[in-house]
Design a protein around this ligand. Structure first.
Ligand code: TMP
Length: 205
């Protein structure tokens, strides 16, 4: 089996963590060595950037700084983890990737597609996932789930309208890239979501 690069996306409360484990196991069972990582974060520098980004006390963080820090973390992850892993024949499973910047900084913070695309060309270039699974959940359901799990971070503290824009931008991105992004209805119960994801893996890879 040739190595694959998969990213998993979704807004707050979509249930990414459980599905990360499901996908990881599926890849291992077909014999892949799997490197699993997350964004923002995934490297020592990236995790330090993540802390700054998620900290509710980073109140003065400009939207532009946020955008650049997301791509700074991504640059570290690509060079230190993703590219070496793929070159060594491992598969990579990433909890969020560049689509999240189109959704959160594009949709949420309202940066234009063109501005984000310029950073994407600089940082990501050709190293795009082979498959992206987007867990889509209505905002109310997602926020209710997310807010059950402890103190909200800087993003989780945003208003409902922010998350509506994030969801819309994710779905728009899926419409623009149907060859790569598959949308899964994550409002269903966990076993049904898991079944949908496994079917996509079987069909697409
Ligand atoms: P997490 O919820 O997957 O741990 O991600 C942390 C937060 O970072 C989440 O609220 C989404 C946000 N984020 C962006 O705003 N832009 C990005 O490019 C990425 C990767 C994450």
């Amino acid at each position: 089996m040739s190595p694959v690069f998969i990213s998993l996306e979704g807004s707050e409360g979509a249930g990414k963590s459980t599905l990360m484990r499901v996908i990881n196991r599926w890849l291992e069972e077909r014999g892949d060595t799997v490197v699993s990582c997350r964004e923002p974060g995934g490297t020592a520098t990236g995790e330090a950037i993540r802390e700054l980004l998620l900290d509710r006390n980073s109140g003065g963080l400009l939207p532009l700084t946020e955008l650049l820090l997301m791509f700074a973390s991504r640059a570290q992850l690509l060079e230190q983890t993703i590219k070496p892993a793929l070159a060594a024949g491992s598969s990579v499973l990433c909890d969020r990737f560049v689509d999240a910047s189109y959704a959160y900084q594009g949709g949420g913070r309202q940066y234009s597609h063109n501005q984000i695309s310029q950073l994407e060309q600089l940082v990501v270039a050709e190293t795009m996932p082979d498959l992206t699974i987007l867990l889509d959940v209505p905002v109310d359901i997602g926020l209710r789930r997310a807010r059950k799990t402890g103190e909200p971070d800087r993003f989780e503290s945003e208003q409902r309208a922010f998350f509506e824009r994030v969801r819309k931008a994710y779905l728009e991105r899926a419409r623009q890239h149907p060859e790569r992004i598959v949308v899964v209805d994550a409002s269903a119960r966990q076993p049904a979501v898991r079944k949908q994801v496994l079917a996509i893996l079987e069909q697409r890879l």
